[in-house]
Design a protein around this ligand. Structure first.
Ligand code: ATP
Ligand code: MG
Length: 298
């Protein structure tokens, strides 16, 4: 079987991009019989400043959400990255094979580094640690958002360089992209950016734990354009198309179906439909996450 490895940083509360794009997809792979490992990437989260007590609390919250979304510990492995020292060890070995030029050229590094006065080396090395995370377990497939494709290419290149230098040890992993649009949900405030945990505007994302009224409010305030019809044109109408994507993911439908059903509705009316679909999908997950958090995960 395929060995699927994926990580999520405890950098903030999970949003629907993380849920549809990473967690729910993983859960579906687990149900298909893939060999699945999900880890909480606390070492990765240290590339930006973290308050220790808060980080620890977030690790548990995140575990609760992953379980609530359907990860089944009887069938997959769920663990905390820092509990396995080999991630950092292999990272060092790979660091010696990686080049500064390649890492410094990665768009995510450039974007995040540009916003900082002092750039921590960890931010540059982030994709190397990510490569270690996957190679350590002989990962073959990594379900990620489109934002991670280049990082996976670095991991595959490092597996090959390692093989040249020392002999074959690791398969070259591949990014497993979704074909349902779930790998690139956009910010509700600026549809040209991806939805992110670390975006400073809380209205840019819908959290897995948001109650129904907040879901409704955030969708209502989502930035669209001045055309009232509902269409799916991600390039030219990213705002409305993002709502269509969210709707499709919530109801497991295709954009064509959703657009057809929305015929005659204005975007304002359509937003209520999207909010209702999302409320139905998230309510049970939210309830399970609350129960898991209350149980203290013992
Ligand atoms: P941060 O802003 O701290 O980087 P993030 O929202 O990007 O947070 P990560 O923990 O970096 O979340 O990523 C967890 C998983 O969620 C990864 O597989 C990533 O590809 C996926 N993911 C992140 N953002 C989106 C998005 N907007 N749409 C779909 N998938 C996403
Ligand atoms: Mg990210």
């Amino acid at each position: 079987p395929r060995r699927v490895v994926t990580g999520i940083q405890p950098t903030g509360e999970l949003h629907i991009g993380n849920y549809f794009g990473a967690i729910r997809r993983c859960v579906r792979l687990q149900e298909q019989g893939d060999d699945l490992m999900i880890f909480i990437a606390d070492l990765h989260s240290l590339t930006t400043r973290q308050e220790p007590a808060r980080l620890q609390a977030r690790v548990l919250e995140l575990a609760a959400c992953v379980l609530a979304a359907g990860a089944d510990p009887a069938r997959c492995v769920l663990f905390v990255q820092s509990a396995v020292p080999r991630h950092a060890e292999l990272c060092w070995l790979l660091t010696c094979l990686a080049t500064h030029a390649r890492l410094a050229h990665l768009p995510q590094y450039k974007e995040k580094a540009a916003a900082m006065k002092e750039v921590p080396l960890g931010l540059l090395l982030y994709p190397v640690l990510q490569a270690a995370d996957v190679l350590l377990y002989g990962g073959t497939h990594v379900p990620v958002g489109a934002d991670q494709v280049q990082h996976l290419q670095v991991a595959a290149a490092l597996a090959r360089t390692f093989a040249h230098r020392y002999g074959r040890a690791f398969p070259a992993p591949r990014a497993l992209l979704a074909d349902d649009g779930s790998d690139r949900l956009r910010s509700l405030r600026n549809p040209n950016k991806k939805m992110s945990k670390s975006d400073t505007d809380p209205k840019s994302r819908i959290l897995l734990t948001d109650p129904d009224d907040i879901i409704e409010l955030k969708i209502r305030k989502a930035v669209t354009d001045f055309t009232p019809q509902v269409t799916f044109e991600p390039e030219t109408r990213p705002g409305v198309s993002n709502l269509v994507s969210i709707h499709c993911l919530a109801e497991d439908k295709l954009p064509e179906e959703v657009v057809q059903e929305a015929e005659g509705l204005s975007t304002a009316q359509y937003k209520r439909v999207v909010a209702a679909a999302l409320q139905r999908e998230l309510a049970p997950v939210r309830a399970r996450a609350r129960a898991a958090a209350l149980a203290g995960l013992r």
